[in-house]
Ligand binder design. Sequence first.
Ligand SMILES: Nc1ncnc2c1ncn2[C@@H]1O[C@H](COP(=O)(O)OP(=O)(O)OP(=O)(O)O)[C@@H](O)[C@H]1O
Ligand SMILES: [Mg+2]
Length: 460
Amino acid sequence: MNLEEVLKLADEIVCTQTGQHLDDLQEAVLRGTLQRETYKQIAKKFDCSESRIREVGSEIWRILSEELGEEIHKSNFRASMQRLQVSIFSSVVQDHVQVGSLNFCREARHPQNIPNSNSHNQEISNPEQPQSLYQDLSEMPELGALYNRISELETITTWILQQHCRLIALTGISGIGKTTLAVQLVQQIKDEFEYVIWCSLDTSPTLAEFQDKLIQFLSQSEKLNSPQTTSQTLPLIKYLQNYRCLVVLDDIHNLFSSGELAGKYRPGYENYRSFFKQIEKLSHQSCFLIIGWEQPRDVHKIPSNNTPLRTLQLTGLDTEAGREILRDNGLTEVENWDTLIHGYQGNPLWLKTVAIQIQELGGCVTNLLSDNTVLLPEYLKDILQQQSDRLSAIEKQLLTVLAKESDSINLAKLLEKGMIPPSDLLNALQSLSRRCLIENQANFYTLSPVLKQYINNYQH
Ligand SMILES: Nc1ncnc2c1ncn2[C@@H]1O[C@H](COP(=O)(O)OP(=O)(O)OP(=O)(O)O)[C@@H](O)[C@H]1O
Ligand SMILES: [Mg+2]
């Protein structure tokens, strides 16, 4: 999303309430916020006190919150404007989008006050757009706070709404925020689809069970249209062709084997392979978003732009978002927050667990981390144990080697060590990187401090 466009949109909103355009200081606060600057940095740039900037900030968040009918603050400003932008952008047919007490004209985007409108309505309603006929979001978890993830949301939205991709894999290590991101995405784009369903694969349904469930759901309109006839259901693909459906499959790692390289189907689940191939290859107007720690082996990390298949490997949050999480979990700001966030790779779940532990220990982060101690609360150890339990023997062996290295190590050095046959070594590296357990930059491989600590101390 273009920064100037967001500022223009914000200006329109402010103008509606105050009758005046953004002044220089207000614009500086919004611009700085969009560029992920702290109030301190904005104040320095603008050569005024931080408290003045905070004052201007809280006033502008108040105005925006009132006008948009939802709580806007520094940390969610980008995301809220993004949501607004997406709803305007995705309203392909209609002229107006109503948000809170505002009505946005799609072409000119001039907000107009709507008399008697409900300013507390947080839903972005979209009256003339094809609303979802059927939604089954009963398995979709509740959304917590979402910091950042603007570009990821934009990317996936474009893949789905503009490029009409049929199969999208969202992967990443446990706790990195895949589900949270997908929930936000579904909330934003669900009205573009006639059918929307969220399925958790926690219970490892067989393909037959899963397809039955899906067909049950997708055949609802047929049953409604011809209630008397004991209507025959169609093959799944017909529904995907006849209707625009969004199907989210969370926790797809349950389809894959433990103790093997990543993405190998469990016995009894191999037929999911040809199912996903069909979803990708056959012509239809629907989209499957598959989410998990692993992705199928034939879903490549770098697919071609000419195919309707995409993969997004989710990485950690930036320091600004990490700070919000620490703050939300009761830590008071100290100098070395950035080191802490970096050490935990911006993983929101890891940061939460460690923040809770620090708080319970009395909140003295500086002292605790002065010697670069990596805290591994029990809950975090459990999470890492789960990830580790899924690894093949060769991956475990390689992780042990990498954990002993103080720096990143390149492929040539790893091969030189001769501990693992070259072909196995390369397969293990590929698998670990698909699981996001190692970082690879120009053939140099590194483990995060958290994983290093865990492997060196607890994995035998
Ligand atoms: N962008 C974010 N901003 C704030 N909190 C976040 C964000 N992303 C995730 N979280 C928080 O981090 C925790 C883990 O997120 P989530 O469950 O989405 O991770 P996940 O990648 O789906 O993990 P798993 O693979 O184990 O299912 C949750 O408590 C969630 O609220
Ligand atoms: Mg999840």
